[in-house]
Design a binder for this molecule. Structure first.
Ligand SMILES: *Cc1c(COP(=O)(O)O)cnc(C)c1O
Length: 381
């Protein structure tokens, strides 16, 4: 028999905030088709619940994107109404076969993937299946994407197949999150030049912008925008918070105070004895650590919010984050064991941006979200 126990750490997932952020995408990119990016378990938010929430708000021509075939297969159990794009495309012949049978959209970013398709066609004569191909161009990211000469050849070959299905010309920015970065301009130029060199491509849909492009590069919106992080309420722009772009945090990571210790001046707290109490003071122990996905690398001083005695207090971390707990300086805060603690997100009318914690950890909120572990229970509101 299993008994219900209260989780020590949990995340409230705010469905209304998600829909608000989707509406914000439509405001910033009016009239554009939207490909909602819900890879990596919807950036740690739980892909099925998020797909369920988004589905009724997607337009006829909108889609959802994930990174891999296995993510697409899982998502297709929930998202039955809209096409699913596999950003990484097929890895081998077996994946190619499944993708074509399932009718997924997929990116073709390498000559090898074109060869996989050629091989498939040679093995499967008869009626052509729908080829829902997003041709990914390398415009300067130099990661995944076709170079000009390969693109030309593959384009001509695809045209000659007269296969049914969707075609999209896409690329991805390397630096759109840095305002005014020259490479973002170069990539737009390259994208326009590369696509202009393809005969008959004028009527093919184009997709260039993820969240940063949606926010900062309106001329790069083209036909389909691909928002990821902004759906979750985070700004991809350097030095910005979600609020700066009119976004609301979707995930609020929470825990509780387990215990409060009175520590003497000069004594230290936690592993490595990295924090020394400057005076006799209360130290709160909170039931969350890196085993839940809270980053170990944040230094003492990183803020948490505590709901105590009917008010909200900001407390700084004191000492290293350990696997199951972290410790906070409770001087001047009338906290009690059991009081709730907000690690990032929104609660009790206050916001603690995930961006703030990410900055302290030397990373980005994307990574914080993806690192949330299965010990954190997700509650959908
Ligand atoms: C992940 C991804 C996105 C979404 O990026 P955000 O910065 O989260 O908006 C869009 N396009 C591609 C190709 C991606 O890999």
């Amino acid at each position: 028999m299993t008994t219900m126990v209260k989780p020590h750490s949990w995340a409230d997932i705010d469905r209304q905030a998600l829909l608000h952020n989707l509406a914000r995408v439509r405001e910033l990119a009016p009239g554009k088709r939207v490909c909602t990016v819900i890879k990596a378990n919807a950036y740690g938010h739980g892909v099925h619940a998020l797909a369920e929430t988004l589905m009724p708000r997607l337009g006829d021509k909108d889609l959802a994107a994930v990174a891999t075939l296995s993510e697409a297969l899982a998502l297709s159990e929930t998202l039955t109404t809209h096409p699913i794009l596999i950003l990484r495309g097929p890895l081998d012949a077996e994946e190619m076969d499944l993708i074509l049978h399932k009718g997924f959209h997929w990116t073709l970013h390498s000559v090898r993937q074109a060869d996989l398709l050629k091989h498939w066609l040679s093995q499967n004569s008869g009626k052509l299946p729908a080829l829902n191909i997003w041709l990914k161009l390398n415009t300067g990211m130099n990661r995944l994407g076709l170079y000009t000469s390969d693109l030309q050849q593959i384009w001509h070959w695809l045209q000659s197949l007269y296969a049914p299905g969707a075609r999209v010309l896409m690329s991805h920015f390397a630096t759109a999150d840095e305002t005014g970065h020259a490479l973002a301009q170069t990539q737009q130029l390259n994208f326009n030049q590369m696509t202009a060199s393809l005969p008959g491509a004028q009527n093919t849909a184009r997709s260039l912008s993820a969240s940063a492009g949606i926010i900062a590069l309106p001329r790069a919106h083209h036909d389909i925008v691909r928002p990821g992080i902004m759906l979750y309420g985070v700004s991809p722009m350097e030095g910005h918070n979600g609020a700066d772009e009119g976004l609301l945090p979707v995930m609020s990571l929470k825990s509780r105070l387990l215990t409060i210790n009175q520590i003497k001046a000069g004594e230290t707290v936690g592993y490595g004895a990295s924090y020394q109490c400057p005076e006799d003071m209360p130290i709160g122990v909170v039931g969350i650590g890196y085993g839940d996905g809270y980053p170990r690398h944040v230094p003492s001083g990183t803020p948490v919010l505590i709901h105590a005695a009917g008010k909200v207090w900001q407390a700084p971390l004191a000492g290293r984050v350990s696997m199951d707990v972290l410790t906070v300086d409770l001087r001047g805060i009338p906290a009690q064991p059991g009081d709730e603690v907000l690690l990032w997100g929104q609660a009790w009318g206050n916001t603690l941006p995930a961006e703030t914690i990410a900055l302290q950890a030397g990373t980005i909120a994307y990574e914080l979200f993806c690192q949330i572990t299965s010990r954190v229970k997700l509650f959908y509101r």
